[in-house]
Design a protein around this ligand. Structure first.
Ligand SMILES: [Zn+2]
Length: 437
């Protein structure tokens, strides 16, 4: 008994029959889509034709007997060819109608895919995704139908369009569909047929050495006597990369920054360039690196340029604060420096913790708070009576100049206080930034 009840409930064709008798005309795809979440390995067109075939068998018996003219006419009007042939044979008049739900969209997937492939042809990509915009009236028609007939296993037109256009797009271009992080997304407007192409950014990472003082990391917005060059590290690195990739601009991310008047030496500072809308992705990175270095004319030098994933941007940002840094400072003191006190400095700051209140010089853009930072080692070498060269290894985000002069007691403990001396000038070089990429 239960079996029979469930059979009745599962009478798929009966629902389509009611829909047709109520005057809706569904194309094969839309007819199949009302049970789109049922069955496997069948396209919605297959499903739709199967249901229509069942209804045609119901409406006509070739051995004679009553003919359901209304049903055959309705089926013919949906564009179902066997029903149209039968109707013509029986003299039933019919007029093929545009699909009540998709308005013909489901028959144009190849057209959309071809337009999308054409729009994408200027871009290098190996993986893609297809998205679509469904006209609001079509979406409403679809939702009304679901509600009216309690269609809980229906697939949406949007989902079908994305899949079917994607299949054809993949065949035409020979590229691979990627459920995550595709290199290219095409969005088709199913109403107007317009296609938008959205290439995902290209990420290129490497390390830079800054060989001069007075060069800012980013374009400097206001006049500043410390700035000695009319360019920036960002411009010097990003411009040749954007040109090589045929992109439309870039974002520059670095693992922290050095002062304008500090150099960045040693192994360099990690960075990532995020190229917007690149047309090319496979590039000879060694050549691009050489081009950056050639154009930079000794201001900076880039090493280890290569393609990387977008995750590196996040890592560079979160770890910039923690990455271990090594600095070299040349400090001129007011009074002669006591050699013994220098040894004391080295001892006190071996694996020490220093409390640092936000320096007065950055208070205009940073909140005033106390940070605790690790100092791993300080090495001091006297150059002359009042000049000492320090090599300081410390945690990222540490204001190392303030650590030397004390910033009027805002950094505690500090080197000047231990030396019972005052600082006249500091020259700073960054020697190492721990690899985070
Ligand atoms: Zn349709």
């Amino acid at each position: 008994m239960c079996y029979r009840v469930s059979l009745l409930e599962e009478d798929f064709a009966a629902k389509l029959e009611r829909i047709l008798r109520d005057g809706f005309r569904l194309c094969d795809a839309c007819a199949g889509r009302i049970y789109g979440l049922r069955g496997y390995g069948l396209s919605n067109v297959d499903r739709g034709r199967a249901l229509k075939t069942v209804l045609l068998m119901k409406g006509y018996r070739s051995s004679g007997g009553p003919v359901d003219e209304a049903l055959i006419k309705a089926l013919a009007e949906t564009g179902f060819k066997p029903a149209q042939e039968l109707a013509s044979k029986l003299g039933i008049e019919f007029e093929e109608k545009t699909c009540s739900v998709c308005r013909g969209i489901a028959s144009r997937y190849r057209e959309y895919a071809e337009a999308a492939a054409k729009a994408a042809s200027g871009y290098e990509f190996s993986t893609f995704q297809v998205g679509s915009r469904v006209p609001p009236d079509v979406r409403r028609a679809e939702e009304d139908l679901w509600r009216l007939y309690g269609l809980s296993d229906a697939e949406s037109l949007k989902s079908e369009a994305n899949r079917e256009i994607g299949k054809i797009f993949g065949e035409i271009t020979g590229k691979e569909y990627a459920p995550e992080k595709p290199e290219l997304v095409v969005v088709v407007d199913l109403g107007t047929g317009e296609v938008e192409v959205e290439p995902s950014p290209l990420y290129v990472c490497g390390r830079y050495r800054k060989l001069v003082r007075g060069l800012p990391q980013n374009p400097w917005p206001y006049s500043d006597e410390r700035v000695k060059y009319d360019t920036s590290i960002e411009e010097l690195i990003a411009t040749p990369i954007v040109e090589a990739a045929g992109g439309e601009g870039a974002k520059f991310h670095a693992a922290g920054r050095e002062d304008i008047d500090a150099r960045m030496l040693g192994t360099g500072r990690p960075f990532v360039v995020e190229v917007k809308k690149p047309r090319r992705r496979s590039l000879d990175w060694k050549k691009v690196e050489e081009e950056i270095n050639r154009r930079s004319q000794g201001l900076i030098e880039v090493l280890g340029l290569r393609r990387c994933s977008g995750d590196v941007v996040k890592r560079i940002k979160t770890l910039a604060e923690l990455a271990r840094k090594k600095y070299r400072l040349r400090v001129v003191f007011k009074k002669p420096v006591d050699e013994e006190k220098l040894r004391l400095v080295e001892e006190v700051f071996r694996d020490a913790v220093v409390s640092q209140r936000t320096p007065t010089r950055v208070l205009h853009r940073r909140a005033d708070k106390v940070r605790k930072k690790a100092v791993y080692s300080v090495k001091a070498r006297k150059i002359s009576d009042r000049v000492v060269e320090f090599e300081i290894e410390c945690q990222g985000g540490f204001y190392v100049k303030e650590f030397v002069h004390g910033d009027e007691g805002r950094t505690q403990p500090n080197i000047a206080e231990l030396l019972e001396n005052e600082v006249e000038s500091i020259e700073l070089d960054v020697l190492e930034v721990e690899e985070v990429a």
